[in-house]
Ligand binder design. Sequence first.
Ligand code: MHO
Length: 230
Amino acid sequence: MIAWFSKKDGDGLVTGKVPPIDKEAPEETKTATFSMGCFWGPDALFGSKNGVVRTRVGYTGGSKENPTYRSLGDHTETIQMDYDPEKITYRELLEIFWNDHDPTMGKTIQYRSMISLHDEEQKRYAMRSKEHLRKKLDKEVKTVMVAHSNFYPAEDYHQKYKLRRNSWLYEAFRSIYPDIHDFVDSTAVARANGLVDGKGRIDTINELGLNEEGKELLYKIWNRYRGGYL
Ligand code: MHO
């Protein structure tokens, strides 16, 4: 049998070492939780930002226990991240949140605009920025503010969804992180998930544990968003 398809474990695209960016993950982080429509895009967007250490998508805001994508109950699709407050502030995260969706639109509970607040400081900044936006737009801002409660991680196939759509790169990162939890928690994976969606700084490509071939592939994908060809 011809074995042309057999190389699917992706290890031909990686250096075989822990990605440099993952060695720099700070011990102390803060957590921010936003809902802003389908969570695939925000996972890539926030994951591309310098200072965001880990991202995960899930369901929160409702009362149903153990919701799933197919049985969501009264929960909302949500992106949660751990961030390094010395590199990116909650105010900056809020700005990204407001700019990346339309919070004046009425949506179903699954896709509603919501901020889950982790502490008083977040509450202050979130309320203030919402009021600021309402004045600027002169329109009702429908974003709901709730105290952070149970966050149920979404099914594996929703985590780093954009990266999964490129099976070579996905397999490459799984060869570094065979354990799905390590994969989801990796900063390198979060950045790669951003770059495949055209987001983030391309020079980070050197910190992700990819070899020359892997970098070239990821660069080409990123560059398509700038009018390049694959
Ligand atoms: N419209 C998207 C929503 C997926 S998102 C995880 C789709 O079904 O392709 O809600």
